[in-house]
Design a protein around this ligand. Structure first.
Ligand code: 89Y
Length: 341
């Protein structure tokens, strides 16, 4: 049985869960960690019994590229392009955290560099792999609500997100890159590509640099009117972090994904409900359960592609379309106009 060996670049907040997620899949093994602060790499290496730690990516690649199958880039977005480029120079497959890049143009370059180097390029975009989203898609595809005409995809929360990820406070572009890249990807997964897009943004929390509210209205190519809303300024009776709630209306009924992972389907004959909660792996932080659990499914999808078993969903070329929406939303908000694709 082939064991896929990988290096982790970046051992911050998300790497702990990414590694735990890999741990659920039997045929992968981390062999080297890079972090700009070596001590952080060391702490994680001890936990995972990884022998090689570096605070210099070039050294890591120089010493281990020969035995690696891929690199897993879990650093902040600003280093994604550089680290992708370096990995391709050694012919290594690349997995990169979302958001792929700070600009659409950079994302395009990354995709092209990987294509030219003939390496696989995957974006670790896990929200579409969440158990309730997969179940919702299955119900939608069954045709039970008929032709869909409108939808709402919502991530609205007041969770103290900056406690665990303080750098998010410093981003000039915050919620559309951090959460928009997830929920716009969900919209594409469920409803296809957009034809037009209009967006409003706002900054409610004055202690952060970027926007913490964004409302995106899209007309999809299939005619569906899709309203994607996101906020980290929401004070609600029920805090729903980190869930994405969805409402879909079709000619024969509607589907609602609620905060308790319940999916309610209403047709003229009445309402039925199913529960689609995440798998609760022992390492999952209950505050992030549905996200953490989906890391395993996203990683599995990528790995099966590396094994040549099935296509991967969140490859660079696909994710480029999500990044296109993120940056179209910024442009629309800035110029107060509808973007036509
Ligand atoms: O960084 C974000 C993500 O990818 O999921 C939730 C999060 O941690 C905070 O918005």
């Amino acid at each position: 049985m082939k064991i896929y060996k990988f290096a982790v670049l970046g051992t911050g907040f998300w790497s702990t869960y990414q590694l735990a997620g890999w741990g659920e899949l039997e045929i992968v093994k981390p062999i080297a960690f890079y972090n700009r602060t070596l001590e952080k790499a060391r702490a994680l290496a001890e936990q995972y019994n990884v022998e090689h730690i570096y605070d210099n990516v070039d050294e890591l690649l120089e010493n281990h590229a020969g035995e690696l199958d891929f690199v897993d880039i879990i650093t902040d977005v600003d280093t994604h392009e550089l680290f992708t480029l370096k990995a391709t120079q050694y012919g290594l497959n690349v997995i990169c955290q979302k958001p792929m890049a700070p600009t659409f143009e950079t994302a395009e370059k990354m995709v092209s560099v990987c294509q030219k180097a003939n390496v696989a390029f995957y974006i670790h975009e896990n929200f579409r792999f969440q158990a309730p989203i997969r179940k919702l898609k299955e119900i939608l595809d069954s045709g039970v609500i008929g032709k869909v005409f409108k939808a709402n995809v919502a991530f609205c929360s007041g969770f103290p997100v900056f406690d665990n990820q303080p750098f998010l406070k410093e981003l000039d572009q915050f919620i559309l890159t951090d959460i928009g890249s997830h929920v716009l990807d969900i919209a594409r997964y469920l409803f296809g590509e957009a034809k037009t897009l209009f967006c409003h943004t706002a900054r409610v929390n004055q202690e952060i640099k970027g926007e913490d509210v964004a409302n995106v209205l899209m007309q999809m190519q299939n005619g569906i009117s899709c309203y994607v809303e996101m906020s980290y300024a929401t004070i609600a009776e029920t805090e729903t972090f980190p869930q994405t709630l969805v409402r879909v209306e079709g000619e024969n009924g509607s589907i609602q994904l609620l905060h308790n992972f319940e999916i309610r389907v209403t047709t003229r004959s009445g309402t039925t409900a199913v529960h689609a909660g995440p798998v609760m792996y022992p390492w999952v932080d209950p505050a992030y359960a549905v996200v953490h659990s989906s890391i395993v499914d996203c990683n599995r999808n990528i790995l099966q592609n590396m094994e040549g078993k099935s296509p991967a969903e969140t490859i660079g070329t696909d994710n480029l379309e999500t990044i296109r929406l993120v940056h179209a939303a910024y442009r629309s908000a800035r110029e107060n106009r509808v973007i036509v694709f």
